[in-house]
Design a protein around this ligand. Sequence first.
Ligand code: NAD
Ligand code: DAU
Length: 352
Amino acid sequence: MILITGGAGFIGGNFVLDWLADPTAESVVNLDKLTYAGNLATLEALEGDPRHTFVRGDIGDQQLVTDSLKTHQPRAIVHFAAESHVDRSIHGPAEFVHTNIVGTFNLLECARTYWNALDESKKAGFRFHHVSTDEVYGSLSASDPAFTETHPYEPNSPYSASKAASDHLVRAWFHTYGLPVITSNCSNNYGPYHFPEKLIPLVILNALGNKPLPIYGDGQQVRDWLYVGDHCAAIREVLAKGKLGETYNIGGWNEKTNIDVVKTICTILDELRPRADGKSYAEQITFVKDRPGHDRRYAIDASKLKRELGWRPAETFDTGIRKTVRWYLDNPAWVEGIVSGSYRDWLQKQYS
Ligand code: NAD
Ligand code: DAU
């Protein structure tokens, strides 16, 4: 049995589905608050599967987390739950402090109490895997080398500052209390079930809805894109073979400017679902006001993971983005479940 937090979100949901796709895999307890970003439709394929237990709740709820650990006796916790959207953290940072910092603190404390009471062999096998981000390292210039695990922490947004704080707590719980933790810092993910507040799904859906494709600033910011299935595979490797107390950078070796990403999506849509008027979706590209504190470039050096654990991503950006666009075209029911709800209020607040 493993306990996942945030398993109804984008990456957590993909992780649970990938994990349970293996018929021999251990069961999963999935603890998720179901915020706007949590979506049980992502987990529909697991309905009736006794290996998946869903618990709705907040990682900051001490009683609930303690009871869940006591009842299910997991041999590992994989901690995805977070407020994850930079733009939302600019509008309202309080939830980011609540979940990403205080929530992670509570989870660590509950895990420590649980782990201390385990017998010696279970204690030795226990893992607390903390899922974090490359944004904690701050911003790179065009000529800087990619982030390694020893790059200083220089977070620039309320989101990345809250994730940085959580990484420091996790590190301290290892050094002070011996809790067997591992942290992974990952670059931008994309793929199925991605909530369409984020660039790639937003652009796919806006293009199909005949809406503007908003590019912040000059569109020359660089992100290092990783297909979500590759991220899930990397986490499984780190969970199985990673060294305690270590951090591992996970990246796609796929640096792209935002404008190039958006143009690539337009080209794929032009081929798969041409516009009725025969023009390119690129006509919908619109440059808008920049994000405050917008980091210019992220790039991950994932060579430690390759060297020590033999992992590298299976998808290139070209193969992954094509799969992703197709997935959104093939899954209108999942999309409809999101765009009909409070998502509309967010679009109004951010882009009007
Ligand atoms: P997401 O926003 O899609 O999902 C977050 C999930 O956490 C949701 O299901 C939500 O309901 C749940 N949640 C939020 N607050 C909670 C709380 N207090 N208690 C319990 N559950 C709560 O996020 P994501 O994109 O899947 O990111 C998952 C993790 O990966 C996050 O920790 C994020 O910082 C990290 N990360 C994301 C990316 C990316 O590109 N998306 C890249 C690197 C790291
Ligand atoms: O780097 C990892 C991080 O990637 C994760 O930790 C975060 O949880 C995740 O949300 C993501 O953060 P970004 O801010 O990089 O992702 P987002 O999709 O919001 O934006 C990607 C880039 O596109 C960024 O430079 C901002 C830009 N952008 C975004 C939106 C939503 C636009 O130009 N227009 C937009 O409308």
